[in-house]
Design a protein around this ligand. Structure first.
Ligand code: PLP
Length: 387
């Protein structure tokens, strides 16, 4: 990244970790299809399996239950289907329940008929309303498949996944946890979350984009059929010659994230506290979304009444600070967030949401520089609004 740029947008994508870059550089020099029987092929296979172990270890899963995909979007599309296999027995979900604050990879990426997909409400902090889940389960029909994120990409709010999963399991259903934003940042354990399926993405934790995984509670838990069929790679779960470079980078990034987890969590929390203290000093009217809720330690979503996110993002970018407004949208446009909308945030703040997210590469000096830039931009925008 250019030396004069500051990057506080880890929730959109994290910079490549040096460990991932080194592993990928070494893999670039080698040839070998992991399915080939010769020495080159066997070496490639060994690299894929080592990465599988590292990714499994990050979330407390068994390596054989990890299916590599092209990213979290594909893994979610793969898992969010009515026909699954649970403990080696066919399972048919009558409905998909998803919280209203899920990523579009869930809300638009599932493979249920639209009439069988329901959105569950959240409270003012964006946490799933457990009473509404219970009422929906009681109203039938069942069994259901629940899709719930471990933590929200826009606000960082931690969802009550284990509590929700317990309700769904008691009603005979199954659970897919989108752990994209929490994996590698806070302890994210498949069993503790109550997940039958867990989804992770490489590029949020310092691997390249274009690699992710669908991780299952056991080998006997899987989608009933593959979405991408062909040569039968990934134990038939996802055909196509493996993305060796991406997978090797993913494994190295997962191992590095896991090794650093204990120090990283409090470090990120300190950076975020300083950031939020500074934002409130710049403008005491700053609203930090979900500030009172349990959140990821790296994420701040805020708004200042009277300041539009789109204008602020452009001004910050020109001054060298890369941040975003909610999720990275493929059109590059700033749209009002469906997450804040579900939290019943009023129109002024809804269109003003700015997200700053720190991560493994962030430092206190960067946070201080970002605050200095924000103070300048804020003063300019307020002046313009008053003129
Ligand atoms: N789920 C969440 C919570 C995300 O933040 C993202 C990425 O923005 C995705 C899913 C999709 O991940 P990928 O980019 O790997 O397809």
């Amino acid at each position: 990244m250019a030396a004069d740029r500051l990057y506080l947008d880890h929730n959109a994508t994290a910079p490549l970790r040096p460990e991932a870059a080194a592993a990928m550089r070494a893999a670039l020099e080698r040839v070998g299809n992991p399915s080939s029987v010769h020495a080159e092929g066997r070496a490639a296979r060994a690299a894929v399996e080592a990465a599988r172990e590292a990714v499994a270890a990050l979330v407390g899963a068994r390596p054989a239950a990890v299916t590599f995909t092209s990213g979290a979007t594909e893994a979610l599309n793969l898992a969010l289907t009515p026909d699954l296999v649970l403990d080696d027995r066919p399972f048919h979900a009558a409905r998909l329940l998803a919280s209203a604050v899920e990523h579009l990879a869930v809300l638009d990426g599932h493979r249920f008929p639209s009439a069988a997909a329901e959105r569950l409400p959240v409270d003012g902090d964006g946490r799933l309303d457990i009473a509404a889940l219970e009422a929906t389960l009681a109203a039938g029909p069942g069994p259901v498949l629940l899709a719930l994120q471990s933590a929200n990409n826009e606000t960082g709010v931690i969802q009550p996944a284990a509590e929700a999963a317990a309700r769904v399991h008691a009603a005979g259903g199954a659970v897919v946890v989108d752990a994209v934003q929490s994996a590698g940042r806070v302890p994210t354990d498949l069993a503790a979350l109550g997940a039958d399926f867990l989804v992770v993405s490489g590029h949020k934790l310092g691997a390249p984009a274009g690699v992710g995984a669908l991780i299952r509670r056991s080998e006997g838990v899987r989608p009933a059929g593959a979405m991408i069929r062909g040569g039968g790679q990934e134990r038939g779960g996802r055909s196509g010659t493996e993305n060796l470079l991406g997978i090797v980078g993913f494994g190295a990034a997962a191992a590095a994230a896991r090794a650093a987890l204990a120090e990283e969590e409090p470090r990120l929390r300190t950076l975020r506290s300083r950031l939020e203290e500074g934002l409130r000093t710049v403008d005491p009217a700053t609203v930090i979304f979900s500030a009172g809720a349990d959140r990821l330690p790296n994420t701040t979503a805020f708004a200042v009444p009277g300041i539009k996110a789109e204008t602020a993002l452009i001004a910050l970018d020109l001054d060298g600070l890369a941040v975003s407004s909610g999720s990275a949208c493929s059109s590059g446009k700033v749209k009002a967030s469906h997450v804040l909308d579900a939290m019943a945030i009023g129109p002024d703040l809804l269109h003003g949401m700015i997200r700053m997210s720190v991560g493994w590469s962030s430092t206190l000096a960067e946070v201080e520089q970002a605050l200095a830039i924000w103070a300048r931009v804020h003063a300019r925008l307020k002046e313009r609004a008053a003129a």
